[in-house]
Each structure stands twice: as C-alpha cells, then as structure tokens.
Write a protein that binds this ligand. Structure first.
Ligand code: ATP
Length: 676
C-alpha cells in the first residue's frame, strides 16, 4: 500500500501558516523511495521526496477539521495539522472557543467580540439541559463545574494554562462573571458578592502586579488561585485569593520595551497637584530611574491617570480608608525615590573606601526617600553604604517588635563599594514593594465562609470552585531565574495534565490489553515531561537543589553554579550544554538550556544566586522596621523585610515559594475535575 494515495486530502507543513490542507495529486514509490506531489488550495504544488511514515512534512487530515468541529474529540485523525487547522477555520468566523472533551481551547481574538459575554449568553448556558452540548464557552465550563458541585457535593477546580498573552486572565474574569450571576452571589445588606468582589479586586491586583512586557501590555507578573466557597444550596458564602511569586525584580529592572508595575505610572499620572508636591512626583514618570529602565513609560491606548482614579475607587470600595490609601502611595513614592539615589566611589588617601551618596546628605531624592519612609536621612545613608557583618547582623529582629533591640555580640562595619551599595538599595526597594503588595493582598481578603474558616476546607457542608490563573510559559530573548521558576511551575501543571488526561487513561487501556490511548480508534501521542521535572527538582542533583546549595555557600556565585550545571548534567537529555549557535556567533558561557515540554529555553545564569538569596542588608531592614511611619514599619514587619533579614531561613525562599505553588488541595481538586 502506498503511503499517500492520489486524491487523498492531507495537511502539508507550511513555513508561515503552520499546516495547510492539500490534495495528493500523485504519489509513487520507486525502488523503495517514496515521493508525492501535493496541491494546496492556492494551486501551489509541494513536491515531497524520501517520505517515511513519521514524516514531518505532511500529516493526516481529519474530514471534520476541514470545515471545523466544535469538539475535537470527535475527530478521527487528531494530528497537529487537523487541530491547528480546525482552530483556524473556526477563528475565521470569530469562533474563538473549541472543546476537546472537558478541556476548553481559547484563541485570543485581541479585540472585543460583541454579545459573546452578555446576560443573554449566560442564560443559554444556565438553562441548557443536562444532556445538551451548547457551544464551547468559559460559561459552559463554569456551568459544568457548578452543576458538578451542586449535584455531587464535590469541590471543583479549573486550571487555566497558556503562554504569556494567551488570554488566561481574561478567561478568569469571564468564569468569575458567570459564577457571580449563576450562584446568585449578590452579597447581603448592600455589600458586593464574593465573585463580584474578586472581579472588583482585579484593577487593584492588576495595578500592583501587572506590567507591560514584550508579549502583553497587561501581563500578570504573579500567580493567583481564587477559591469561591459555596454552601449547601449552591449559593456563594465566602472566598479566598492566594497569590504566588510576584516578580520582584521588575521593581528595579525592566527589559527594553517593558515597564515597571502599572501602579507607579498611574500614581505619577493621576495624583493631584498637592499630592505630587507632597510625594515629590512633579517630574512625572520620566524622572524616575525605576520607571525608565525599559525606555517606555506610556502604553498606547492606556490612560494611566484614569487607571489611578479607578484604583482609588476600587481600594475604597474594598474597604481601604483614605489614610491607608495615602500611606500606600507614600510607600510607592518612597520606592521611586530610593531608585533615584546614586552612589559615587569614595577614596581616602588614594585607597578605595567604599561609596558615598551622590549629592550627599542634602540630595533631594535622598531627603524625599527618607521622609516618606519615616527614617532619619543620615541613617539611611549609613545603611545604604555600610554593611554590618557579625553575629549581630546574622540574627533576626525581635519578632513583633519595632526592630532594633538586637542582642548584639559583635559586629563589624564594612564600607560597601558602589556596586554593593546599589545592590543594597535595590534589595530594600524590592522588599518594601513586595511587602506593600503582600499587605494589600491580605487586606483584600474576601469574606470567608464561617464553616471554611473554622474547619479549613474539609467541611462536608461547604465546597468550593477553584480557579488557578498563573503566569504562562515564557521564552524571551534573555531568560533569567524568574523564567526558570515560571517554566518550572508550568512543567508541574503540564505533568498534572498529562497524568490525569493521558497516564491514567493509558493504565486503563493497558489493563484492557491495549498498548496506547486511543480516541475513536485514533492513537493519541503525548509527551511525558517527568524527565524535565527530574532535571529541575531532583534532590540533591537537580537544577534547583544545586541553586539552593550554591546560595548557602559563603562564596557561592552564579558563575560557579553554571559550571556545576555543565559538569553535572552533561549529556542529560533535557539539558543543553552545547553552545547553541545563533547567527554564527556562539553564546556566552553563562548560558544553559532546558528542553521544556513547550520548547527549548536558554537561561542566562547571571544573578541566579543573588536573586535566590534575595537578601536585604540587616542594617536596612532594621532601619525601616524602626520607621517613625507606622504604616511603613507595619507592612515591613508584616512580611518581607523581616523575613529577608534572616539569612539562614531565607535561602531557597524563591524556589520554595514556587514549590508551594501547587498545594495539595489544588491538585486534588484538579484530579477530581479531570476524572469527572
Ligand atoms: N476573550 C478575549 N476577548 C478579547 N480580547 C482578549 C480576550 N482574551 C484576551 N484578550 C486580549 O489579550 C490581552 C492579553 O490577555 P491576558 O492578559 O488575559 O493574557 P494572559 O494569558 O493572562 O497573559 P500573562 O500570562 O502575560 O498574564 C488582553 O489584555 C486582551 O486585550
């Protein structure tokens, strides 16, 4: 039998279009050498030579995919060409949602689509008969989750996955919007409902934790897991939002074309004249080093001043009083001024003697930073330019106290050179911002159901619907530790997906004597990513373990780390040790690659160890804890700086935070959702 048959419809690989339908015009086999001529719809011909059965130049075309089917489980030939062409055909009519059984695939339209998310559309899904299959839509997904919860009294989770800019956060909003209406979540006594409150939190969360990246003007730089708790009658009774892994580095560094967090630009554009004067913002966003690193302060079509007004309104309606809001913006302005502090090298009698603040004690930006942080300027100067080393510097600040009061045994003051002083400045700016964000998230906590609060989530009377919206897989021109952790999280999610969609199925098939998973007699191919995960998380010899270990070594460096990677993983199937060649030039020694499930990514190891330590110099941590501004000391005490001031506990924080990303209850509920 010939490999291809004349007049057969197949998909032909295309450089720009991915896959295009084509008719086999002729196919032949001469002396074991197979060739074919395919005719595309445009009339162009593709000549294929030396064909084999696992050829990547063509693939089988499913008949239904040629016209577009709403559920790809119905396809006989579930090939890459069929899947992609099916999505393309539907997208031509702006049909952006397609089902694959209980999975919903969304194609980002990058434009508002009329009547796709209105109340009439909601009614279609809430009124649909149990055995009906209405068009694929996030509302349908939520309806299934809701019905599953009500009928089985079982919690449900929806996992949203996709690369940066794919539309995860937008989809989360539609899911919540539907649940809010469906579960009659109207709140009580004039208060907003839980799902509605989550929607109202969005502008706040987005202002503080979203930013313009090269992929997405409003990219979430954190992960969130939203739990909406429902009582016996299926009505919303509480909720909870957990956030993960805010990208702190962005506060002090942005890639070309990217911005810092929206809130800074909103504040600069939206604060009134009196506030601008009080906060020292008269020069606007352009006057701050932390806001201009990416060379971009405005986003076309985005009104930052309007964003600021909306933010203030949302903060107010979520219960944050005027005083708290003012304190919050003072902290933001303080971070901006901290970022403008510069250092000069200091020499005493021709000898390197550390660094000094450019402009000295009278420097306006130093004065602003000190005033807004509620610390004496001269102490800020000392803490930025001198490090304390010794027992006293290694201990933690007294918990619950306002800092100070250390039981010092001994400490030595070491002057910091310009580079180290900049690092100290950046560390405290990041820590203060992260502390403000964590504090804010804590403040925005939703009303919790009394039963869930009292008994955790194990109560049999109350179930929840969980929505996990995390950062998508990332592969930029330059990738750092943030990308490695984000991609690690996505590998873990992919593993869950593989396990419950394919592996369990495969075990069942094997028990029945079949060697692979088949859908309607069509063999389903899938790639197991456990080797990649083992490369990342194996103990003691995984990429993350070695990173944690290197960070605990006094002389640990990122240069040393990459050497250990190269030696330790040479020849490992998912590790790229070779120098990849791009445009003829070999890449830097500091780069290593990982073959992720979604593709190969090269990481620049520079700064890995420092980022993982994430240490704030003790003197600076103490200083802000001692702030005369109650709000500053409160938020700092609340979380990050206090935590960061304990080197022994700190190491490994970043990776541990990532590991926490998938607490068991999410996985457990995701399993149940997939299995249902
Ligand atoms: N269903 C949709 N309809 C219209 N526009 C959409 C839709 N989904 C996404 N978009 C557009 O795409 C942009 C990016 O979407 P979104 O922020 O949800 O991506 P994401 O996957 O969450 O990205 P990241 O991982 O970077 O946070 C949105 O700002 C919006 O303009």
């Amino acid at each position: 039998m010939s490999l291809l048959e004349t007049n057969q419809i197949v998909y032909s690989k295309h450089k720009e279009e991915g896959w295009l339908p084509a008719t086999v015009e002729s196919a032949q086999e001469v002396g074991g050498d197979r060739s074919a001529v395919l005719r595309l719809e445009s009339g162009d011909r593709v000549h294929l030579k030396g064909l084999s059965s696992d050829d990547d130049k063509w693939c089988l075309a499913d008949q239904q995919s040629l016209l577009g089917t709403d559920d790809m489980v119905k396809m006989d030939a579930l090939t890459e060409g069929s899947v992609l062409h099916n999505l393309r055909v539907r997208y031509r009519d702006y049909t952006i949602y397609t089902a694959v059984g209980s999975i919903l695939v969304a194609v980002n339209p990058y434009q508002p689509l009329p009547r796709l998310y209105d109340e009439a559309r909601m009614r279609v899904y809430s009124a649909a008969a149990t055995d009906a299959t209405p068009p694929p839509h996030p509302y349908h997904l939520m309806e299934l989750a809701y019905r599953g919860l009500v009928s089985d009294r079982a919690s449900q989770s929806i996992l949203i996955s996709g690369e940066s800019g794919a539309g995860k956060t937008e989809t989360t909003k539609y899911l919540l919007q539907y649940l809010s209406v469906r579960a009659g979540d109207g709140g009580s006594g004039g208060s907003v409902g839980v799902a509605e409150a989550v929607v109202q939190q969005n502008p706040v969360m987005e202002a503080f934790a979203n930013a313009k990246t090269s992929r997405n003007n409003n990219s979430s730089r954190f992960g969130k897991y939203i739990k909406v708790e429902l009582g016996g009658e299926g009505g919303v009774c509480g909720g909870h939002v957990t956030t993960y892994l805010l990208e702190k580095m962005r506060v002090v560094q942005q890639l070309p074309g990217e911005r810092n967090y929206h809130v800074f630009y909103q504040l600069c554009a939206g604060a009134n004249a009196a506030a601008r004067e009080e906060l020292g913002l008269e020069g606007g966003a352009e006057s701050f080093a932390l806001l201009t690193g990416g060379g971009c302060t405005a986003i076309r079509g985005v009104d930052d001043a309007a964003g600021y007004r909306l933010l203030q309104k949302c903060l107010g309606s979520l219960g944050l009083g005027e005083e708290a809001r003012e304190s919050l913006v003072r902290v933001l302005a303080a971070v901006l001024h901290l970022g403008n502090i510069n250092f000069d090298p200091l020499e005493i009698r021709g000898q390197d003697a550390g660094s000094s603040i450019a402009g000295g004690l009278a420097d306006v930006t130093l004065q602003h930073a000190a005033r807004l942080l509620g610390v004496p300027p001269e102490k800020l100067v000392t803490s930025l330019t001198v490090a304390l080393i010794g027992n006293a510097a290694d201990g933690a600040s007294g918990a619950g106290g306002g800092g100070g009061g250390r039981n010092s045994n001994f400490s030595v003051s070491v002057p910091l050179n310009v580079e180290a002083a900049r690092a100290a400045r950046d560390a405290v700016a990041k820590a203060i911002y992260a502390a403000a964000f964590s504090w804010l998230v804590g403040k925005l906590t939703l009303p919790r159901c009394a039963v869930c609060s009292a008994y955790g989530d194990s109560s049999s009377d109350t179930q929840f619907i969980g929505i996990l919206d995390i950062f998508g897989f990332e592969a930029f021109g330059t990738n750092s530790l943030e990308q490695l952790l984000i991609n690690y999280a996505n590998e873990r999610l992919q593993q869950q997906f593989n396990f419950f969609v394919f592996k369990l199925e495969e075990q069942e098939f094997q028990a029945e004597g079949l060697s692979a998973v088949y859908v309607d007699e069509c063999r389903v191919e899938w790639t197991d990513n456990s080797e990649i995960l083992s490369l990342l998380e194996a103990k003691p010899m995984g990429l993350l373990s070695l990173l944690n270990e290197e960070a605990t070594l006094k002389n640990g460096t990122s240069e040393n780390l990459v050497k250990r990677y190269r030696q330790g993983f040479d020849g490992a199937p998912c590790f790229c040790n070779r120098m990849p060649v791009r445009g003829g030039a070999t890449l830097d020694e500091a780069i290593f690659g990982v073959r992720h499930f979604a593709g190969e990514v090269y990481y620049t190891v520079t700064g890995f160890v420092e980022k993982n330590r994430d240490a704030v110099p003790v003197a600076l941590a103490d200083l802000v804890l001692d702030s005369s501004d109650r709000f500053v000391s409160q938020i700092v005490l609340y979380c990050t700086v206090l935590y960061c001031a304990r080197p022994g506990e700190l190491w490994g924080t970043t990776t541990d935070a990532c590991r926490e990303l998938l607490p068991h209850d999410i996985l457990f509920e995701f399993v149940r959702f997939c299995a249902a």
